[in-house]
Ligand binder design. Structure first.
Ligand SMILES: C[S@@+](CC[C@H](N)C(=O)[O-])C[C@H]1O[C@@H](n2cnc3c(N)ncnc32)[C@H](O)[C@@H]1O
Length: 287
């Protein structure tokens, strides 16, 4: 089928159907002016299923392959934008502020757990793993540190688990010494070495699911995902994250995200922007 045969128009009723389906499957809140996004992102899915128009694609949601189609559409509409050590500051805070505090708190058990809740193609959890690896000779000597990374998209998780990145991807934010230490160059790109790969356990998890995963975490990274949700879903997710965070734990959100006015379970640390702690724990400490 040539691209000129493809009909990109979408009936208003079908746009609404797509909107409510996306909200249900991934939580993505599509405003009414995002038609261009639907057109650009869903053409490939439609063609894969041999639909000749976006309207046919939406009709397909009532057909026999609807379950897989729902997931494929939600994955295609998700924004996987990420890069190594994104925004730099949170990673400096993780290394120089959060880990030393937690080491103090947990020095008896010598065990820490970290959850990266919307890990996309893996650059964020691998960045955390590189810091942990570096500190295992000093601050974290003898410590067991578990890193769980999750995303709702199987497609993006496959890339994360493969640990293979293009030249462009490793040039975005990854310091050269980490590239040299933890990656090897092969014909199809830069491969994360097994030692680092073993540090991250990738799982499929939808943040809208409750309760949050069985595990309790000392650190949660949930960055650059909350802004895709509408307030009620944001609130639900933040309540889930509160349930998944240990009392003295710390949570990172993206630079454009906040719990303020959405969920009273967290307070921001004044001295460390972007880090949140449990309100109950902060109150208990100040009492
Ligand atoms: C913009 S990326 C952010 C990646 C990374 N946290 C960062 O800051 O670089 C957003 C990720 O959230 C994932 N996502 C979207 N909705 C989700 C949901 N309901 N549950 C889990 N992950 C979700 C997307 O698949 C995508 O990989």
């Amino acid at each position: 089928m040539s691209s000129s045969e493809f009909d990109k128009s979408l009936l208003p009723a079908n746009y609404q159907l797509l909107k409510s389906m996306l909200k249900e499957v991934s939580g993505l809140y599509l405003t009414d002016n995002k038609m261009y996004l639907v057109e650009t992102r869903l053409q490939a899915v439609a063609k894969e299923y041999e639909f000749k128009s976006l309207n046919q694609l939406v009709d397909g949601l009532k057909g026999p392959r609807s379950q897989k189609l729902r997931v494929d559409i939600a994955e295609a509409m998700a924004t996987p934008e990420t890069f190594f050590f994104r925004d730099k500051k949170p990673f400096d805070q993780f290394k120089n502020f959060v880990l030393p505090q937690l080491v103090e708190q947990h020095k008896k058990m010598k065990r820490l757990s970290i959850w990266c809740g919307a890990s996309s193609s893996g650059q964020e959890p691998y960045s955390l793993a590189m810091i942990v690896d570096e500190l295992q000779h000093t601050l974290l000597k003898g410590w067991s540190v578990k890193i769980i990374a999750s995303d709702f998209s199987e497609k993006i998780l496959r890339k994360a688990k493969s640990g293979i990145y293009s030249q462009f991807e490793v040039q975005r934010g990854l310091p050269i010494q980490y590239l040299m230490k933890h990656f090897k160059q092969e014909s199809d790109g830069w491969h994360v070495k097994d030692d680092l790969k073993r540090r991250v356990d990738f799982r499929n998890f939808n943040l809208l699911q409750s309760p949050a995963p069985l595990w309790k975490f000392d650190v949660i990274f949930c960055r650059n995902v909350l802004f895709y949700f509408e307030p009620a879903d944001k609130k639900k997710i933040l309540y889930n994250l509160d349930g998944a965070l240990n009392p003295g734990g710390m949570m990172f959100l993206g630079a454009a995200e906040s719990t303020v006015g959405v969920c009273d379970k967290f307070v921001a640390l004044k001295e460390e922007r972007g880090i949140y702690v449990k309100t109950d724990h902060a109150l208990a400490l100040s009492a």
